[in-house]
Ligand binder design. Structure first.
Ligand SMILES: *Cc1c(COP(=O)(O)O)cnc(C)c1O
Length: 251
């Protein structure tokens, strides 16, 4: 028996998340307007890592349906928890690095995978998708700034990787994603977002993949700049749910 979600969401939580969400939506609109873009082409993914279920339920009640997790194990628990609360019809996005030994679970529980960062991983996801009888929408993770600490394709590797991955069954290549370097001033990483857009445009021209359109870029500290540079998906955690606290990790 699903528990009624409203029984776990206090008015205080609902008000707090609602206020954040209203501010985020206003900022998205402002950034889109400044760039002469249609706000409807920008999807908001609420990143729920370390966020307790009551706050996720509050976001759901406020109309959010796209949620992101960066780890398969935590995602498994969250998705089951949300199902138990009757929060149906949500789309779950895997936004963090995926290890090959977790591909089977990831394909079973996530609706879209943003973090394809090697041809080998794409092969593994393709195999599991075919076995599960589904087509998995995927994005390629690009390490635009060439940071040693990050996963992702280098821009130079992309054309050959795309060529290989586009032939794999069970995958629908929908675009590119990046996690920008940490920066004190988001203006400093504008070139990273711009480069990802150029890469998408170049690849779209050369490959003629009909669904290859997304740019998943922009987090709490930099999403306005990402939208100005063409983001079609922004991934926001703290802007919606507040700062991640250590005790949240226990949930
Ligand atoms: C945590 C995370 C986000 C959200 O980060 P915030 O700064 O809280 O908005 C987005 N994308 C990825 C890949 C993440 O791991």
């Amino acid at each position: 028996m699903p528990v009624d979600a409203s029984s776990v969401v206090t008015e205080e939580t609902s008000t707090a998340v609602g206020k954040n969400l209203a501010a985020v939506r206003a900022q998205i609109e402002r950034a889109a307007l400044a760039a002469g873009r249609d706000v409807n082409e920008i999807e908001l993914v609420a990143v729920t890592k370390t966020v307790p279920l009551d706050r996720i339920a509050a976001a759901y009640q406020l109309g959010l349906r796209d949620f992101g997790e960066n780890r398969v194990q935590e995602g498994t628990e969250k998705i089951a928890g949300c199902a138990a609360l009757g929060l149906t019809g949500a789309r779950w996005h895997l936004v963090g690095h995926l290890q090959t030994n977790k591909v089977k679970t990831a394909v079973a529980i996530f609706d879209i995978i943003h973090s394809i960062d090697s041809v080998h991983l794409a092969e593994a996801v393709s195999r599991r998708a075919v076995a599960a009888g589904r087509t998995v929408p995927v994005l390629l993770d690009v390490n635009v700034a060439g940071e040693a600490s990050k996963f992702g394709f280098s821009p130079g590797e992309l054309p050959a990787a795309l060529e290989q991955i586009s032939k794999m069954p069970g995958l629908q290549l929908e675009g590119l994603m990046t996690v920008a370097p940490l920066a004190r001033d988001p203006e400093g990483i504008r070139p990273v977002f711009r480069r990802l857009r150029e890469l998408r445009d170049e690849l779209r021209q050369s490959c003629a993949l009909s669904h290859f359109r997304h740019l998943s870029m922009g987090m709490t500290d930099d999403y306005q700049v990402a939208i100005q540079e063409g983001a079609t998906i922004v991934r926001l955690g703290r802007a919606i749910f507040g700062e991640r606290r250590q005790h949240d990790l226990a949930l």
